[in-house]
Design a protein around this ligand. Structure first.
Ligand SMILES: [Zn+2]
Length: 396
């Protein structure tokens, strides 16, 4: 019904994400209400001043938060890597191909299989409060396969990233000249096939993947075709990724686990968000990034799942928040901000990640009095209801 309004009332703690609407950087309002109209937030404020509405939803004192903005995932894939994880966690050597195992399975899968898998994890994320989700190609590694992955993703999601430069395709692995030919493919015919289906271009800038010069070539070629840059940077070791991301004005440098003081300073001076992906360190028993160091330097920090079948097979933003608070020096308020408004910043979005008038009505209720419980009660499924563009799409 166009123009119909819904009032969510008896909210215990409302996180607006707008300091002008409430207390602190999260803009918290106690005993609040929120009005939805035409898929957007029409009003948010104290319950006592709530406007009239066509229908009402009783929150029963629960916390109401912006939907999570998960700005980094790899969900167009097929195949299973359970045994690789099991071996890693059991201290056993495992020699199968890592990402290449997924590449082989993804190439062999039908469009319908890839779409069904993506739908499954989008839905799984939604049930845990994620209302905006970015995903990437990167398991096809041919022009046709990468374009197919992006087309399937773009039919379902707004935020789609071309990651032909995930790893060097198996057909090109070998000499430096072979790798150079693969970069020519990624910046040439593969880009031609992929650019129409993507908003972003990304590269895995890391020893063993693509070096600084190759990463620069991939990003600038994508930018010349209208794609916006983001970078897998400084995950496994120090490297040029973060500096390159800042220099090119990338929306986000993702991972940021191994940073020099100069990297931190560059992030603080630029407008590139540092997106931290704690599921990855958790699932590989690696050292976590130091969120505290970044926040204290004034860097904008986002949290994301990096959901993928190899190194971080979680779609749960609440899990990432709990780990970030426990292991990375973030306060519960900071972690929630990074999982909502921070994720929106990493996607250069103004319309999601906050609950202020005009924003998209993407929000959730928790079976808890405040957002602090996301870290205080780790592993507990607290999300009871999710609205996306004003429609209640999850309810328990
Ligand atoms: Zn990734």
């Amino acid at each position: 019904m166009p123009g119909a309004t819904t009032l969510i009332r008896d909210i215990g703690t409302l996180v607006t994400g707008d300091p002008e609407l409430g207390e602190g950087p999260l803009g918290v309002i106690r005993r609040a209400a929120l009005l939805i109209e035409d898929g957007h937030v029409a009003w948010a404020g104290p319950a006592a001043r709530a406007p009239a509405a066509d229908t009402a939803h009783e929150a029963g004192g629960r916390a109401c938060l912006p939907g999570f903005v998960d700005s980094h995932s790899h969900l167009v894939f097929a195949g299973d890597r359970t045994e690789e994880f099991n071996a890693r966690m059991s201290g056993r050597a495992y020699t199968a191909g890592g990402i290449r195992t997924t590449v082989a399975a993804t190439r062999a899968a039908s469009d319908a299989e890839l779409a069904a898998t993506l739908d499954r994890y989008v839905r799984e994320a939604l049930r845990q409060g994620t209302t905006t989700l970015e995903t990437k190609s990167g398991y096809g590694l041919t022009a046709r396969e990468e374009a197919r992955a992006l087309r399937i993703a773009a039919e379902r999601l707004e935020e789609v990233t071309y990651l032909g430069a995930h790893v060097v395709a198996p057909e090109y692995a070998g000499t430096d000249a072979d790798v150079a030919r693969y970069v020519d493919l990624v910046t040439g015919p593969m880009l031609d096939a992929c650019a129409p289906h993507a908003r972003w271009v990304d590269v895995f800038c890391e020893r063993g993947a693509f070096d600084g010069d190759q990463a620069r070539a991939v990003l600038t070629a994508g930018m010349a075709r209208g794609l916006k840059p983001r970078v897998h940077a400084n995950q496994l070791s120090h490297g040029p990724g973060v500096q390159l991301a800042v220099e090119l004005g990338a929306a986000s440098a993702d991972h940021c686990t191994h940073l020099t003081d100069a990297d931190v300073a560059a992030l603080a001076d630029g407008d590139t968000v540092a997106t931290l992906l704690p599921g990855c360190e958790f699932s590989t028993r690696a050292e976590y990034p130091d969120a505290r160091r970044l926040l204290d330097a004034g860097v904008t920090v986002a949290l994301s799942t990096d959901c993928n079948p190899g190194s971080s097979f979680t779609s749960s933003m609440p899990f990432c928040i709990a780990v970030a608070v426990r292991e990375m020096g973030m306060t519960p308020d900071e972690a929630l901000w990074s999982a909502t408004a921070g994720g929106a910043a990493a996607l250069r979005r103004e319309d999601v990640g906050r609950l202020r008038p005009g924003a998209r009505a993407d929000l959730m209720l928790l079976d808890a009095p405040s957002h602090v419980h996301l870290a205080y009660r780790p592993g507990v499924p607290l999300v009871t209801d999710v609205w996306q563009r004003g429609a209640r799409v999850v309810h328990r």
